[in-house]
Design a protein. Structure first.
Ligand SMILES: [Zn+2]
Length: 307
């Protein structure tokens, strides 16, 4: 923010030299900064410089997927939802929001029409190169906002891999805690308990911002019940667990969704995400610790072993 203020002072001084009314030019510049789009793809190249300054060098990448969402919601539901959430949060706390990013983990839905499942290395490389390119453009704090449950472990693993090689930027994964007042408020509004994919919550969020894509009359065309086909397996994790439980790629009851629940979710959660963005902007410790870690990694034998 300091640097932004400085550029306005320079603009005023330049206007004075040119014999223009300094204030009006400064006001003009301030206005154009205030009006900067949050959507990356809508910024002009010169405006991008201002957006990087205004955002404190942050950019949110909403990460979605192309997969079936029950019989009644569109393939892109997760990205449509988490991009909407990111845009609403960015309206509260300015940041740049990256364009549609559909390149996550979705092997478990390859049996359903419309799924696009990229290979393991491509997923990791594409996200890394996207982050590298953002950092090359001055965005040193990259925020991942995940809209898809199947991406959870992939994105956490991606964050862990950021320590594999030296870099001058940090990746932050939005990870809201479960025990917030937000979770309590939503629990009170909910009608169903079984949920997780195209059920009450996702149907509600789509009803809140894209009702034209929701086909409520088809929500009961298939079962979203947990089919418990691996109930005999104890203390074990296997990649086929989701298919075993939800072969229709549907978990919950979409028919229970309401626009009101969706609006409440967006209002509350965009506040939580805005709070996260604010804390990332203020954070200097992560990059400082990363730097210290990378320096230590170059010469591990010099790392102190006694107090
Ligand atoms: Zn979903």
């Amino acid at each position: 923010m300091k640097r932004l203020f400085k550029s306005l002072v320079i603009l005023s001084a330049a206007a004075a030299v040119l014999g223009l009314t300094g204030m009006s030019l400064a006001q003009e510049a301030a206005k154009s900064v205030a009006d900067l789009p949050v959507r990356y793809e809508e910024l002009t190249s010169p405006d991008f410089i201002q957006a990087v300054l205004k955002s404190g060098g942050t950019c949110v990448i909403p990460v979605g997927i192309l997969e079936k969402h029950g019989p009644h919601l569109p393939l892109g539901t997760d990205l449509l939802d988490c991009r909407e959430l990111s845009l609403r949060a960015a309206a509260k706390e300015y940041t740049i929001v990256f364009p549609q990013y559909f390149f996550g983990q979705i092997f478990e839905a390859k049996h359903q029409p419309g799924t696009v499942a990229y290979s393991v290395h491509l997923m990791l490389d594409l996200l890394q190169e996207t982050c590298d390119e953002l950092a090359r453009n001055g965005i040193k704090k990259i925020i991942l906002v995940n809209g898809h449950g199947g991406n959870d472990q992939f994105l956490q693993y991606f964050c862990q891999t950021q320590l594999a090689a030296k870099k001058d930027y940090a990746v932050y994964l939005y990870d809201p805690s479960d025990d917030t007042s937000v979770a309590d408020a939503l629990k009170k509004m909910r009608k169903t308990t079984l949920d997780g994919h195209a059920g009450e919550e996702e149907t509600s969020s789509m009803l809140a911002h894209r009702p034209d894509l929701v086909h409520m009359d088809r929500a009961n065309d298939q079962s979203g019940e947990d089919q418990k086909r691996l109930a005999g397996l104890k203390h074990a994790y296997t990649g086929i667990w989701w298919y075993a439980s939800q072969p229709n790629h549907y978990r919950g009851y979409g028919a229970a969704g309401t626009k009101e629940l969706g609006e409440t979710m967006f209002n509350l959660e965009s506040g939580v995400l805005a709070e996260m963005i604010r804390s990332v902007k203020a954070d200097t410790k992560t990059l400082e610790l990363q730097k210290m870690f990378f320096e230590g990694s170059d010469k591990p034998l010099e790392t102190k072993q006694k107090k």
